[in-house]
Write a protein that binds this ligand. Structure first.
Ligand SMILES: [Zn+2]
Length: 293
């Protein structure tokens, strides 16, 4: 298993005294345990090193940490802990949500919780299939229909970053920024024009406001189509980070842009079960399909 490297996918890290019933939001102390595990068994590297410097045979497997979406907690909670453990990270931002109070899925979940309900997987899938412009209105309609209301996120760390915070994050040592679409659109549902729109808009905003054109893209939800790969290449993306679980094996003739698997890490991942899950992932690893899950 040590002939491969690993990319992990986080979403958020929340303060211990503001826990959330959400696998994607890892309590800070659990995140520390996870980083202690990773720094013991892996060599954490930044994204540039990951691609440009091959691993020596005697080295531990390398680890690239990524975060999706652009939660404020990436800056306020996760970044100081990453710095403490000297772990670089790549943050994929959905530009259209910056400066807004909520990501739609958190507003839906928190709103329904006020009337004792949880969103079903079917409902979430239904909303993901909508045109991007219809998503927020649909969430509002669902909440109004059951008398639910969502004020502000249950922890301030759950809101999206502001642009000023994104700039602060981008300036930290070891931090790189990637593209996660504009409105977190599901790329697999977009026609060519809509895909071009979200990619060029998000890329322009990131470049203008953070000063660097991202070379890395994570299609939201890991859902994209193989016929879209040329568009990613045209915009200069060097790698597509999927949600297909797996380790990164380095082949000589990798296609460009590269299509990379990632292992999602969440709130329940204690070091021991994390180790077991990583070994299992490696043993059962299929050839990456690339379309995500
Ligand atoms: Zn996302």
């Amino acid at each position: 298993m040590f002939t491969a490297d690993l990319i992990v996918m986080y979403h958020g890290v929340v303060p211990d005294d503001e826990p959330l019933d959400d696998w994607l939001q890892v309590p800070a102390s659990r995140f520390r345990d996870q980083l202690a595990f990773f720094t013991r068994w892996f060599t954490p590297v930044c994204v540039e090193t990951f691609f440009t410097t091959p691993r020596k045979a005697w080295q531990k497997p390398r680890l690239l940490v990524t975060f999706d979406d652009g939660y404020a907690n990436n800056l306020t909670v996760a970044a100081p802990i990453l710095q403490e453990y000297r772990v670089p990270a790549l943050f994929f931002l959905a530009t259209g949500y910056l400066e807004t109070p909520w990501f739609w899925w958190d507003r839906l979940r928190a709103g329904l919780a006020t009337v004792g309900k949880k969103p079903s997987a079917a409902l979430v899938a239904e909303i993901k299939a909508l045109a991007p412009s219809a998503v927020e209105a649909k969430v509002t309609a669902i909440l109004e229909a059951c008398g639910a209301h969502a004020a502000l996120p249950p922890t301030p760390a759950l809101r999206p970053l502001t642009w000023a915070e994104a700039q602060q994050l981008a300036r930290l040592p070891g931090v790189a920024i990637g593209n996660h679409g504009h409105c977190h659109e599901i790329f697999a549902h977009l026609d060519e024009a809509a895909l071009a729109h979200t990619l060029t808009l998000s890329q322009r905003l990131l470049t203008e406001r953070l000063g660097v054109a991202p070379q890395w893209i994570a299609p939201p939800n890991g859902d994209w189509r193989r016929d879209q790969i040329n568009r990613f290449a045209e915009l200069g993306f060097q790698a597509i980070f999927t949600t297909q679980p797996g380790w990164v094996t380095w082949q000589r003739s990798a296609p460009s842009p590269r299509v990379l698997p990632r292992v999602g890490i969440g709130a329940t991942d204690r070091p021991l079960n994390l180790a077991k899950r990583l070994v299992k992932t490696r043993l059962h690893q299929a050839v990456p399909r690339g379309e995500g899950s």
